[in-house]
Design a binder for this molecule. Structure first.
Ligand SMILES: Cc1cc2nc3c(=O)[nH]c(=O)nc-3n(C[C@@H](O)[C@@H](O)[C@H](O)COP(=O)(O)OP(=O)(O)OC[C@H]3O[C@@H](n4cnc5c(N)ncnc54)[C@H](O)[C@@H]3O)c2cc1C
Length: 287
């Protein structure tokens, strides 16, 4: 197993593209080191991206923020600007692991590990976040929502890796929120989760909405039918019941010791309803 510490994205992409064997990116290492130790993977080449210029930066851009792929949960959580603009994205990422894990784990790593239960991903999808991807052919931008392909699989080509994630600007009267259900209070994997991002008009009616669910299908689900229930309305009981039903209808979960299909399906709707109310309040709406 070889270890490389490139200083540019082009160098990293070149190394990854040229390696015929198994490659892994080392960002925070909170998944990859665990997998190595457990013998789940034995890469021929590990490419550490933490030394590439700019990958540890959080940069204001076009009213939003560009977050380098090596920025940790702790670094993001301490950034007042991102926290104020996208509190739901930050709270999803901050639920990951412990203080130690937060000091290392990255959002791009959480996304690229490909877990259907990854806590950072629903918030990013609800936020319409864009991933900037470097590869042997240069750089491209892709919606985060289009990357997950199934457990352990993401839509990245040979030699490609994420260099940053862009969280866009948002209009006045906007808010987002993320909630998950776990059987204990921390250090567990989501049994179901929901992220909601809303924009309101001056009367408190929803003008734009995105609802994303985690852990209830092979990939994160963007539930357009749930968002449609909110448009033009305030989150009254009838609207929230319709939203919860749309979320439950979209679920296609597994049945395992941590949650049955029926439980996950029900809880996804409950979480989406509750996250909607939090996002609504953060957007300045009054319930
Ligand atoms: C004790 C513990 C508790 C945890 N709790 C949770 C939890 O509650 N919720 C949760 O969602 N997760 C949890 N996790 C997993 C979480 O820490 C990881 O998913 C983390 O976010 C991955 O980021 P990383 O930077 O550590 O990735 P790494 O481990 O460095 O990499 C993970 C994978 O992503 C790939 N990768 C990394 N960065 C990139 C990139 N920029 N471009 C392309 N591919 C890339 C790597 O090749 C590798 O396959 C936990 C882990 C531990 C050890």
């Amino acid at each position: 197993m070889r270890y490389a510490k490139p200083e540019t994205a082009a160098e990293a992409a070149g190394l990854l593209a040229a390696e015929p064997g198994v490659t892994r990116i080392l960002a925070g290492g909170t998944d990859v080191m665990v997998q190595l130790k457990a013998g789940m993977v034995e890469p021929d080449l590990i490419v550490d991206i933490k030394h590439i210029k700019g990958l540890r930066d959080i940069t204001p851009e076009a009213g939003g923020f560009r977050i380098g792929a090596a920025v940790s949960g702790a670094e993001l959580g301490e950034h007042a600007g991102v926290r104020a603009l996208w509190p739901g994205v930050v709270e999803g990422f901050e639920l990951i692991g412990s203080t130690q894990v937060q000091g290392r784990a990255t959002m791009a790593g959480n996304l690229c590990n490909g877990s259907p239960a990854a806590d950072a991903v629903p918030g990013l999808v609800a936020a319409e976040a864009m991933a900037r991807i470097a590869g042997p052919g240069g750089s491209r931008d892709c919606p985060v929502a289009d990357l997950p392909q199934g457990p352990g699989r993401v839509a990245l080509g040979k030699g490609e890796f994420i260099t940053s994630i862009f969280l866009p600007a948002r209009p006045e009267w906007s808010g987002d929120a993320y909630l998950r259900f776990i059987p204990r209070t921390e250090m567990d994997i989501a049994v179901a989760s929901a992220a909601v991002s809303l924009t309101l008009d001056a009367e408190g009616r929803v003008t734009a909405a995105r609802v994303a669910l985690g852990a209830v299908a092979p990939t994160v689900l963007l539930v357009g039918a749930a968002a449609d229930c909110l448009i033009g309305r305030t989150p009254d009981a009838e609207t929230l019941a319709a939203l919860a039903a749309a979320c439950s209808a979209a679920c296609n979960p597994i049945d395992d010791k941590r949650g049955t299909i029926a439980f996950r399906t029900e809880v996804a709707g409950v979480l989406a309803r509750r996250a909607t109310l939090i996002a609504y309040e953060r957007a300045g709406g009054r319930t």
